[in-house]
Design a protein around this ligand. Structure first.
Ligand code: GDP
Length: 444
């Protein structure tokens, strides 16, 4: 998960200040120094860091903090607000054409994820916004780029317009637009060619396509793993094409995340979406405030709930919510939920969205792969009904019996019981958060 290092550092820094009843200028100075180092280490552009720290400092020693009753928490609020503003403040929407189809042009370097993201975006527009997009294959240079898009189209059962590798990309785009009007598509997503580096020929072609189809959006697709390079790429594409937004891909990878934090500041163009995996439903709207919460370890319950809503059966989700609230969640539910959770994507990504979950050691390394899942299933099934309802009765004798019955060993049984306990603890925390944060914050 991106931002892990940054999140760890920032969280331990702000922890020192959270519970303080009085915050001195020296405290603020120390905190901002740590925040600055953490950001630089995460590969955030140094100019961006400088401005951010200046803003935080000014506000943190200002009236709103010093005169408040909870200065420690006020400082954190300032840091969160500044991080949010840095990544673009309010989340921005996709343009809608007044008349005819809305045209989105996808641009970016080769390998950034343009073709995949075109498919993901079309999928998202249909699934979430009930739209009927047309995908257009304008990358006539990269071998098999057209076939790749056509394959995506088949997987998604989505229309793809192509004219083969011999055609001129400008003509393809122009004809695609006609076709979209004829067939009543409301969105047209044009997958353009990339290069390994920014070059004039490529920019010239993209400018021609732009002039021809007058896109409502030009999204630059950027690989977040490329760090500072991503910033330079974004700057040149923006200069030449005046992009309208950025899509960051591969945020699921092991990146330091600095690009995500600097790109908006450097180009002044919003990050609209983030690619969180290779699968076609792994594209998320980018919410700067939620991302800032995640980075600061405040969790992202909203995204988690949205994810659950698109992936989990609504009735089951309601039941789960009820069980979480009443704390009557049992090992049977645990088993059932595991299947559901698996549909929502890698567990560690989900964990990052839960407030405080990253601090629970037992959970941080929990890996629910297929094999482990079948062990878990076997263990739970070897338990009696009473044991599943109340695992606290599991003594050494019972554990031995269950291990034997499930073909596992006692330490595996112990691990599962521990994970279950941690999960319940976490739910309690979430429920408390939802009930309101009154008086719950301990001293840092
Ligand atoms: P293009 O040359 O820009 O069209 O790039 P592609 O769409 O072919 O993507 C290049 C590679 O990146 C492919 O293997 C994709 O599966 C992968 N990819 C794209 N987006 C993501 C993402 O968000 N996460 C991960 N893990 N991989 C991605």
């Amino acid at each position: 998960m991106a931002f892990e290092g940054l999140a760890d550092r920032l969280q331990s820094t702000i922890k020192k200040i959270t519970g303080k009843g009085k915050v001195s200028e020296q405290d603020v100075k120390e905190m901002t120094r740590e925040v600055r180092l953490a950001l630089l280490e995460a590969d955030v552009n140094y100019k961006v860091v400088k401005d951010l720290i200046k803003n935080i400092k000014e506000r943190a020693v200002g009236q709103e903090v010093m005169e408040s009753l909870t200065p420690g928490q006020q400082v954190i609020k300032v840091v969160k607000e500044e991080l949010t503003a840095l990544m673009g403040g309010e989340q921005s929407k996709i343009a809608v054409a007044d008349r005819g189809p809305t045209v989105i042009m996808m641009v970016g370097l080769q390998g950034a994820g343009k073709t995949t993201t075109s498919g993901k975006l079309a999928n998202l527009l249909r699934k979430k916004h009930n739209r009927n997009p047309l995908l257009v294959a304008c990358d006539v240079y990269r071998p098999a780029a057209i076939q790749q898009l056509e394959t995506l189209g088949r997987q998604l059962d989505m229309a793809v317009f192509s004219m083969g590798e011999e055609a001129n990309p400008v003509d393809i785009a122009k004809n695609a637009l006609e076709k979209a009007k004829e067939d009543h598509h409301d969105y047209v997503i044009i997958d353009t060619a990339g290069r390994l580096h920014v070059d004039n020929e490529l920019m010239g072609e993209l400018q021609q396509i732009k002039a021809e189809v007058q896109p409502h959006e030009i999204y630059l697709v950027v690989d977040s793993m490329t760090g500072q390079d991503a910033i330079n790429v974004a700057e040149s594409f923006n200069e030449q094409l005046d992009i309208t937004g950025v899509i960051l891909t591969k945020l699921d990878g092991d990146t330091r995340g600095g690009a995500a934090l600097s790109i908006k500041a450097v180009t002044d163009k919003p990050i609209k979406f983030a690619g969180m995996g290779e699968k076609l439903d792994e594209l998320e709207a980018f919410h700067p405030d939620r991302m800032a919460s995640r980075i600061l370890g405040m969790g992202d319950v909203l995204s988690l709930i949205e994810k659950a809503q698109t992936n989990v059966d609504e009735k089951q989700a309601k039941e789960l919510e009820e069980k979480m609230r009443t704390m009557s969640f049992t090992l049977d539910d645990f088993l059932e939920q595991m299947g559901q959770v698996k549909k929502m994507g890698p567990l560690e990504d989900l964990m990052a969205m839960i407030p405080g979950a990253n601090k629970m050691k037992g959970l941080k390394n929990a890996q629910f792969d297929e094999k482990q899942l079948s062990h878990v299933e076997a263990i739970i099934k070897s338990m009696t009904k009473q044991e599943r309802q109340d695992p606290s009765i599991m003594n050494a004798g019972r554990k031995k019996r269950v291990a034997k019955g499930s073909g596992t060993n006692v330490s595996q049984v112990n691990r599962l019981l521990k994970q279950f306990e941690e999960m319940k603890k976490m739910m309690k925390q979430m429920t408390n958060m939802q009930k309101g944060k009154k008086g719950k914050k301990g001293k840092g």
